[in-house]
Design a protein around this ligand. Structure first.
Ligand code: ZN
Length: 188
């Protein structure tokens, strides 16, 4: 197992739709094990294939509720359905999210409050994840990565401009930028 470098905004792999996983091979199993290790090391609540430079439709997730119950897994070739967004502006405190591919920042973003995700697990068995609240946000965020969408692409005008400014200042927004948890000193 290995902690993989995480691509940063501007790397083309993050901005193009990913392809289907055709077959669950040993290579895919190793990739998923490495993605869990990378996500935990970051630490993050989710990690999608493109974020580690692999343009395939799969993501890992890991989130522990306030009551301490762990929620963790991998979805291969996911499909996602979501309830329509509630109208209005997102709340800075309750609705801010971050991304390991735009590390160290958080911005408010309205997300659907409930989603259904289907796909398969690493054994090829069907999975069906119906979740609400923060878990639904994680699913939408990771699913977006598979379509080449970063959450900063979805921000309102003011925050979008701020994000672009930050990216320019840090030399992001161009190919080849990455950071490795445990190696590079970034507070994600
Ligand atoms: Zn992300």
């Amino acid at each position: 197992m290995a902690v993989l470098p995480i691509r940063i905004m501007g790397d083309p792999v993050l901005h193009a739709p990913a392809g289907l996983v055709e077959e669950i091979t040993d290579e895919i199993r190793t990739l998923v094990a490495d993605m869990f290790e990378t996500m935990d090391a970051a630490p993050g609540v989710g990690l999608a294939g493109p974020q580690v430079g692999v343009p395939l439709r799969l993501f890992t997730y890991s989130y522990t509720d306030d009551d301490g119950a762990p929620w963790r897994g991998v979805v291969i070739n996911p499909e996602l359905w979501q309830r329509p967004l509630d109208p209005g502006d997102p709340d800075e405190d309750e609705e801010s999210e971050g991304c390991l591919s735009f590390p160290g920042e958080r911005f408010p973003l309205r997300r659907s409050d409930e989603v259904l995700v289907t796909g398969t697990d690493l054994e090829g068995e069907p999975v069906r994840i119906q979740v609400a609240g923060w878990r639904a946000r994680i699913m939408q965020h990771e699913f977006d990565h598979l379509d080449g969408i970063l959450y900063v692409d979805r921000l309102g005008d003011g925050d979008w401009k701020t994000a672009q400014k930050i990216a320019r200042k840090r030399g992001w927004g161009r190919p080849g930028q990455a950071w490795t948890p445990g190696v590079d000193d970034i507070d994600a």
